[in-house]
Design a protein around this ligand. Structure first.
Ligand code: NAP
Length: 287
């Protein structure tokens, strides 16, 4: 990895992000003269920003990308890793010494690695996903592409056309025959659900409702909320109270970050560096 280099997160609006804490902790632990910044860019600023990245003297060697640009940045890339191509979205860009931009998607593998850490196997499970946005795109793709495929995936989004568009798009690049779009959260679907995944922003605010009736939670169910701040959403609290296994999305954030860093560095990180990244994340949440 180049010295005195800059890495960062592109999105808009960025608000509070935990990514600088995690990546700067790794730079510090590795004694690298590099830092991770936030690039809050309006859409009309993207062309100039990505043009500048191509300049030989640019100090930027790696980026993360977040809402609303994970698909919009594809046009600036020189190439994409195979999984990113399948997903149709990138959250990580490696910039080579020759200023070539290579896109990766570490959200999907980050989610999957966290499931593995939790000892949860999606194979033959009936999965219900709330939301059909960018995060759901990565989660659905990874679930469709792994050998341990679920039995079924149901997707509900308030905007049904968005769910239809997402699946039509993914269907061009992967077998999506296990996916069904539903137009509500019905008893008949929920009583069959083994895994419930919240990929909506509902739960971020104290005033948000719980989208699932608590009668559906049971001890055989696994509930994953991609939200990590609040650390325990009302959805997770209710699920746990009914005996369900439940997790927030902090592990997904951590693993996508580790994988992104490894793409930039071109090497795997040692456990003690990864631990420092995780501690920095957890410390950032407590503040
Ligand atoms: P997004 O692109 O805005 O997608 C969210 C989707 O949920 C939208 O299609 C939205 O529809 C839909 N939605 C909103 N309210 C709903 C409801 N009541 N019922 C069903 N669907 C509803 O956002 P995203 O990037 O996918 O992120 C989703 C959540 O995941 C956020 O809370 C984000 O912080 C979290 N996330 C976590 C990680 C992690 O590493 N843990 C990574 C990425 C994202 P409308 O657009 O019509 O409102």
């Amino acid at each position: 990895m180049a010295q005195k280099s800059i890495y960062g997160l592109v999105g808009y609006p960025l608000g509070h992000s935990l990514s600088p804490l995690m990546h700067n902790a790794a730079f510090k632990a590795l004694k690298l003269d590099a830092r991770y910044d936030l690039f809050s860019l309006k859409e009309e600023e993207l062309d100039a920003f990505f043009q500048d990245l191509k300049e030989e003297e640019s100090p930027i060697f790696g980026l993360n990308v977040t809402v609303p640009y994970k698909e919009k940045v594809l046009k600036y890339l020189d190439s994409q890793a195979p999984f990113a191509q399948k997903v149709g979205a990138v959250n990580t860009i490696v910039i080579s010494e020759k200023r070539k931009l290579i896109g990766h998607n570490t959200d999907g593998p980050g989610f999957l690695t966290h499931l593995t850490e939790l000892g949860v196997n999606p194979q033959n499970k009936n999965i219900f996903i709330l939301g059909a946005g960018g995060a759901a795109r990565a989660v659905i793709s990874v679930l469709c592409l792994i050998p341990e495929r679920p039995k079924s995936i149901k997707i509900y989004d308030v905007d049904q056309s968005k769910a239809k568009q997402l699946i039509a798009d993914l269907s061009q690049r992967m077998d999506s025959s296990l996916i069904k779009i539903v137009d509500g959260i019905f008893d008949s679907d929920m009583c069959m659900t083994d895994f419930l995944i919240n990929a909506t922003p509902i739960g971020l605010k104290d005033s948000d409702p719980v989208l699932i009736d608590e009668k559906f939670f049971n001890k055989n169910m696994f509930v994953y909320d991609l939200i990590y701040n609040p650390f325990e959403t009302k959805l997770l609290k209710q699920a746990k109270e009914k005996g369900a296994k439940a997790s927030n999305g902090l592990g997904m954030l951590y693993y996508q970050g580790v994988l992104a860093f490894q793409h930039w560095a071109g090497v795997d990180l040692e456990e003690n560096i990864k631990n420092q990244m995780r501690q920095a994340l957890e410390g950032g949440l407590k503040k």
